[in-house]
Design a protein around this ligand. Structure first.
Ligand SMILES: [Cu+2]
Length: 351
């Protein structure tokens, strides 16, 4: 819904509708979860919290430094982690992860950061790992709800693909509630052309319920202190990018996956089942020649990485956190549906 494109402005479409009800939880910023069991599932403010993984700005097609005016607004929303399980998310621009920002090395970004009034009245800000400056911009972008927007300017001085996240003192709580995204700073010479690009964000959600327990899950600070999440998800939802919402590709195509691990605490072991990272930009390093044929790669919290794959055969490719309990039980699995004719010399299901 919001993407910084080649035109240099961020476009925010009204895909969330104009008459949504206000988020209806008044959970205190630091109040621990109760122990009386879950309340009933709440009315949701948005059908899907998951950002469409194809919501990627187009590749850089300019060769001189540009200026980009980017506006990012926070939004609190009740949405489903999985069917029947509601949670109050905090977001950049209403979805998880926040909008991907894409610029070229040397470009200037004029950022406006808005925090509308909401029931919880928490401050927010933005720490960009692509920024030289105090807190990666966090200090100068700290805004209380309803205050005037913050404005900063920064030059994307070093290329790579990077996390941004909320960095107020309760940042672990805010990131676990959805406040992270990625900024791609393309090298001067650009990136190899691919047929498809996908944007995935992993993070863990700490709640007072059990995984799959229907009802409204409140945030659980004790679970976060123990680093024992209820859910580990891609794009904010458990298994939210599977079945009808799987990514699509065709045999013979190539794809690049930008994979942001918001954390706040767990290192991901990102792996494509039935495929391989044929070119893998370790830790999001876009200047070094990519590593070849990587099966599983660690992605520390606070890192965005990039990996390219080919689709020589049809069938599903499942992207998982290969710390497998997270994939089999807690939600960290997404699917790319690859359509095409069988290539029996590579793979034959029934010789
Ligand atoms: Cu925040």
């Amino acid at each position: 819904m919001a993407a910084l494109g080649a035109a240099g402005t961020i476009a925010v479409a009204g895909c969330l509708g104009g008459d949504r009800p206000q988020p209806n939880s008044a959970a205190n910023e630091t109040e621990p979860a109760g122990d009386e069991g879950l309340s009933a599932a709440k009315a949701v403010d948005v059908d899907r919290i998951a950002r469409d993984p194809t919501d990627v700005p187009p590749p850089v097609d300019w060769s001189e430094p540009r200026e980009h005016d980017v506006t990012v607004r926070t939004e609190r929303l009740v949405a489903e982690i999985e069917p029947g399980v509601t949670f109050e998310y905090m977001t950049f621009e209403g979805q998880v992860p926040g909008p991907m920002i894409r610029v070229r090395e040397g470009d200037r970004v004029n950022l406006t950061f808005e925090v509308p009034e909401d029931l919880n009245m928490a401050q927010h800000n933005m720490d960009f790992h692509a920024v030289y400056g105090p807190g990666g911009g966090a200090e100068a972008t700290t805004v209380s709800p309803g205050d005037d927007p913050a404005e900063i300017g920064f030059t994307a001085d070093y290329p790579g693909v990077f996390i941004y996240h909320c960095a107020i003192p309760n940042m672990d709580y805010h990131i676990s509630s959805g406040m992270f995204g990625a900024i791609l700073v393309e090298p001067e010479d650009g990136l190899p052309e691919v047929d498809r690009e996908y944007y995935l964000g992993q993070h863990e959600i700490y709640t007072d319920g059990e995984v799959g327990e229907e009802g409204h899950h409140a945030f659980d600070f004790d679970a976060m202190l123990a680093e024992q999440p209820t859910y580990v998800v891609f794009n904010g939802q458990a298994y939210g990018l599977t079945e009808d919402h799987a990514m699509q590709a065709k045999t013979g195509e190539t794809a690049r996956v930008y994979f942001a691990n918001g954390g706040p605490n767990l290192t991901s072991a990102v792996h494509p089942i039935g495929n391989v990272w044929s070119r893998y930009y370790r830790d999001g390093d876009l200047l070094t020649d990519p590593d070849r044929n990587i099966e599983t790669a660690p992605v520390a919290p606070g890192t965005t990485t990039a990996g390219e794959m080919e689709f020589p055969v049809p069938g599903p490719v499942k992207i998982v956190d290969h710390a497998l309990t997270r994939a089999t039980r807690r939600g960290a699995l997404a699917e790319i549906r690859v359509d095409g004719e069988p290539t029996r010399d590579l793979y034959d299901e029934s010789p």
